[in-house]
Design a protein. Structure first.
Length: 273
């Protein structure tokens, strides 16, 4: 990163504001926050750098990572260190995450964010790089009413696995097109598995009622620490994976403008056209 940008970021604090990064739209978002820690002033200045046009999205993400990791090292007893580690855990190698978790947990064990980091560490073993021909990852999941759903119950059908979560605008935009695909190919043997990466059941159920994702709605309510999330290396939303009738991957793609590609792929798979 440019030294001038780094100097600007670490200037004397101004307004208590923060910048967020939307992983759906890949855009920077300004948001007002309370100043949680008097030592957190440098992080607030990233907002000023972005608003001034002196920092790119990539530089913003890099600067944030550098600052947050340095804060975790310097202030392991601070709650903010736990919050920051949760923010950056996917950007670090797993051994770093384990080391930082050991350092911050004694002072922060009572906070729910520690459980999230522990879930990340526990489920990181499922991380993989999916490719065409790989088998479906079978699992016992949960329906919106809390009842279990065994993915093995889907047999002899093509599956369209749809990754989404509540509050994801691009995911919502894709749903009408998915409904059309479901109606078009259901009689030919298509099942849609709408997998939500939510961690709060109430948010998940509210979005289901509002947007009505097609097919079978399931989740494990672990959010972005889900084994499904790691196994399928989800990095953008919405993500779609098509499986053939033998539950082998035939297509992996992402974006709310991919309905046409999904349609063409399903037509070849189910109708041979």
């Amino acid at each position: 990163m440019d030294d001038a940008i780094m100097r600007f970021i670490w200037m004397t604090p101004g307004q208590s504001r923060s910048v967020g990064y939307d992983h759906c739209s890949h855009a920077l978002i300004m948001r007002d926050i309370l100043s949680l820690d008097r030592d957190d002033a440098p992080y607030q200045q990233i907002d000023g750098a972005v608003r001034s046009g002196n920092i790119s999205t990539d530089s913003f993400l890099h600067a944030t990572l550098i600052y947050q990791e340095s804060y975790v090292r310097a202030h392991p007893d601070s709650f903010l260190a736990a919050s920051y580690l949760n923010d950056i855990k996917s950007e670090l190698n797993i051994e770093q995450v384990k080391s930082y978790l050991s350092a911050i947990k004694p002072a922060n064990a009572k906070y729910p964010v520690i459980k999230k980091i522990e879930q990340f560490v526990a489920n990181y073993k499922y991380k993989s790089t999916p490719k065409n021909g790989d088998a479906f990852y079978e699992s016992i999941l949960q329906k919106p009413d809390g009842s279990p759903f065994d993915s093995r119950a889907i047999s002899g059908k093509a599956i369209l696995l749809f990754f989404w979560y509540s509050g994801c605008g691009p995911c919502h935009k894709a749903i009408p097109g998915l409904k059309e695909l479901y109606q078009k190919y259901k009689s030919s043997g298509l099942e849609i598995l709408s997998f939500s990466l939510d961690s709060k059941q109430e948010n998940w159920k509210k979005d289901i009622q509002k947007f009505d994702p097609p097919g079978i709605n399931v989740s494990d309510l672990i959010g972005f620490n889900s084994p499904f999330f790691f196994h399928y290396a989800v990095s953008a939303f919405p993500t779609f994976i098509i499986f053939d009738t033998e539950k082998k991957i035939r297509l992996i793609t992402s974006g709310n403008d991919e309905i046409g590609l999904l349609d063409a792929s399903l037509n070849v798979l189910l109708n041979g056209k």
